[in-house]
Write a protein that binds this ligand. Structure first.
Ligand SMILES: *[C@@H]1O[C@H](CO)[C@@H](O)[C@H](O)[C@H]1NC(C)=O
Ligand SMILES: *[C@@H]1O[C@H](CO)[C@@H](O)[C@H](O)[C@H]1NC(C)=O
Ligand SMILES: *[C@@H]1O[C@H](CO)[C@@H](O)[C@H](O)[C@H]1NC(C)=O
Ligand SMILES: *[C@@H]1O[C@H](CO)[C@@H](O)[C@H](O)[C@H]1NC(C)=O
Length: 580
């Protein structure tokens, strides 16, 4: 079905207005226009002035200021108190920051926003470090579940309870009539009970599909664990969630984001290998478009869609420009190239230390990927490709070179998602070739403890999370969380990028890769905005940009720079307090 046919009338009118305001003609190589949403006619009187603070702007031309004026949701003035006071009027609200530190609203560059919101509503197993507690939570959900209804959730990480992989028999006793499906924290493995295996028709004789594994016991019986594309066998049986559930998930996700100072997210979709590429489109039409039209958006989103659906996005952007409103931006298209370290499926040059025959999985054929990348790029769409292992990263950098030389030079801001393990010389390639590293400091937490086991100590130390090397090579480094794979919490990500010290560690993991506080904040603000082409409107507290900012608990920049720790006191979106 063409998505336009499912649009509601008010949205169609909105689209018509947006389309009418666009003028662009382009020959052969087609450039999608960047529609500048900036309001050029800001009034002379401020709605809000914040003063007496330490405002870190993420804007090189004025890194720090003590006051800022906001009008019409945008920055009207920023600088010293007397300069900002000039735009005070009778109706201006004034907020004394009492010396507190203020930073631009955080941009989380990589989230699965609706999945995360749904997880808030389901069985949450993230961070649970005892097998007994995992079982207890599922039992609790089973007690309140209607017979026959699905028990869904996830976030479990067996590395946190000693490594034992979960199995159907752990939970079969109390879930005889409820199918259970719980995804691993990295989304590359799922755990089913026997009711689910029956429902999905997975038996002793079912063969693993291409690109996936049905995990079996020594005598050949499926244990309940499914890896990568084998997850489709179950996921395709899970009934559609209602539209209301998904809309509620967006509100839950947004509320959580605001408590963490996150005012913009880059949603890379409810998309794991093997899951229908239509899902993010359904979320777009049912959830984002509706919420935007109802003026119920609380957090700005920039959306990426599965790469194989690029014609649909090209068509949409052609009609609406790169934003539906100042709440919903269109990013580009995303593809997977390899798996994850946790599931031993990230693609490496050398095998896994704990599995000497396993080099990881290449999930997509290079020819097909190059073809799709060339096509989407030709239509001006931004490209983001998931690559975690060292070999996967090099192959995707090669692919970027091929695209650049075939389609010609332009400001395409090609992104590699995760860029987690990089061979010697690879960080320099990111800088030289202008490829964005979209990385997640929070993954360090889990990986610091087991990367050495999987990669060997030398390779783990040489190759993991090379933030400093990337920055020193002039690469654009954008920070994100990968929520719900990890917590959505930029202040924790900033702390990890600066200190690289998981709570139970005495010293930093690879201290030479620690970065400064300012660099870390930029990773979650201006660099993240550039990495999604939204820096016209967002990413720094600069004249004319949207006034999204966060007031932190600390009133000393010096302490903050040393400890890299603070909490969120208040979050403002468009100059209006959104939390608490
Ligand atoms: C305040 O800022 C204005 C505008 O940037 C500048 O002209 C002025 O000299 C500043 N005043 C002080 C006291 O620094
Ligand atoms: C599957 O294999 C296991 C172990 O060999 C066996 O105990 C079980 O009966 C088999 N199930 C069926 C349905 O054949
Ligand atoms: C964009 O829209 C114009 C006018 O409707 C059309 O002529 C053109 O082919 C479209 N381009 C793409 C890439 O869809
Ligand atoms: C991609 O593949 C299709 C089908 O084989 C072909 O028609 C098209 O020209 C290819 N595009 C590029 C850019 O290579």
């Amino acid at each position: 079905m063409n998505f336009l046919t499912v649009l509601s009338a008010p949205v169609c009118i909105l689209l018509a207005i947006l389309t009418a305001s666009l003028h662009f003609h382009h020959p052969a190589i087609y450039f999608l226009p960047w529609k500048n949403l900036q309001d050029t006619s800001l009034p002379l009187e401020a709605d809000l002035i914040i003063r007496n603070g330490v405002i870190f702007t993420s804007d090189e031309s004025l890194p720090f200021a003590d006051s800022m004026a906001v009008a019409n949701g945008r920055v009207l003035r920023i600088g010293n108190n007397s300069f900002v006071q000039e735009v005070a009027g009778h109706g201006t609200q004034v907020l004394d920051l009492e010396g507190k530190v203020v930073v631009p609203g955080f941009i989380d560059s990589h989230v699965h926003f609706i999945s995360g919101g749904l997880q808030v509503m389901q069985v949450g197993l993230r961070g649970v470090n005892k097998k007994e507690e995992v079982i207890r939570r599922i039992k609790e959900a089973a007690e309140s579940a209607k017979p026959g209804s699905w028990i869904l959730g996830g976030g479990w990480n067996n590395d946190q309870w000693g490594g034992d992989l979960p199995a159907a028999y752990w939970i079969d006793d109390f879930t005889p009539n409820n199918p259970v499906w719980l995804s691993r924290m990295d989304g590359h493995m799922g755990w089913a009970n026997s009711a689910t295996l029956r429902l999905a028709g997975i038996t002793n004789s079912t063969e693993s599909p291409r690109g996936g594994t049905i995990v079996r016991s020594a005598d050949g019986e499926p244990t309940g664990l499914l890896v990568d594309s084998a997850m489709t066998l179950v996921v395709s049986r899970i009934p559609e969630l209602s539209i209301d559930d998904r809309r509620e998930a967006l509100q839950k996700a947004s509320d959580l984001a605001l408590t963490k100072g996150v005012t913009t997210v880059v949603d890379v979709g409810r998309y794991f290998p093997g899951v229908s590429a239509d899902l993010p489109w359904e979320d777009f039409t049912d959830v984002y478009q509706w919420t935007n039209a109802m003026s119920k958006m609380k957090v700005r989103v920039c959306l990426f869609f599965p790469m194989e659906t690029w014609p649909r996005l090209a068509d949409l952007v052609n009609k609406t420009g790169r934003a539906l409103s100042q709440w919903v931006y269109f990013g580009g298209v995303k593809a997977f190239f390899d798996g994850s370290l946790g599931s031993n499926s990230a693609l490496f040059y050398q095998p896994y230390q704990d599995e000497p025959d396993n080099y990881g999985l290449q999930l997509t054929e290079l020819d097909a990927l190059l073809n799709m990348t060339l096509e989407s790029d030709l239509y001006g769409l931004q490209i983001a490709i998931h690559a975690i292992g060292d070999k996967a990263n090099d192959l995707i950098l090669d692919l970027h070179s091929a695209v650049a030389s075939t389609n010609g030079f332009r400001d395409r801001r090609f992104r590699i998602e995760h860029a987690q393990h990089l061979a010697p010389g690879t960080p320099q390639r990111f800088g030289k070739e202008g490829v964005i590293a979209s990385v997640q400091p929070d993954h360090l937490l889990a990986d610091a403890d087991f990367a050495a086991k999987k990669l060997g100590n030398d390779r783990a130390e040489r190759e993991s999370y090379l933030f400093k090397s990337l920055l020193d090579s002039n690469a654009l480094v954008a920070f994100g969380s990968d929520w719900p794979v990890t917590d959505m919490n930029p202040l924790s990500g900033i702390n990890l990028a600066v200190k690289r010290k998981p709570p139970n560690w005495k010293d930093a993991w690879i201290p030479s890769e620690c970065i400064s506080l300012e660099a870390a904040i930029k990773g979650y603000t201006i660099s993240a905005a550039r990495a999604s082409f939204i820096d016209n409107d967002l990413g720094s507290l600069s004249f004319g940009k949207l006034a999204d900012f966060v007031i932190l608990s600390t009133d000393s920049w010096k302490d903050f720079a040393e400890t890299a720790s603070a909490s969120v006191e208040a979050t403002y979106v468009s100059g209006v307090r959104a939390y608490p």
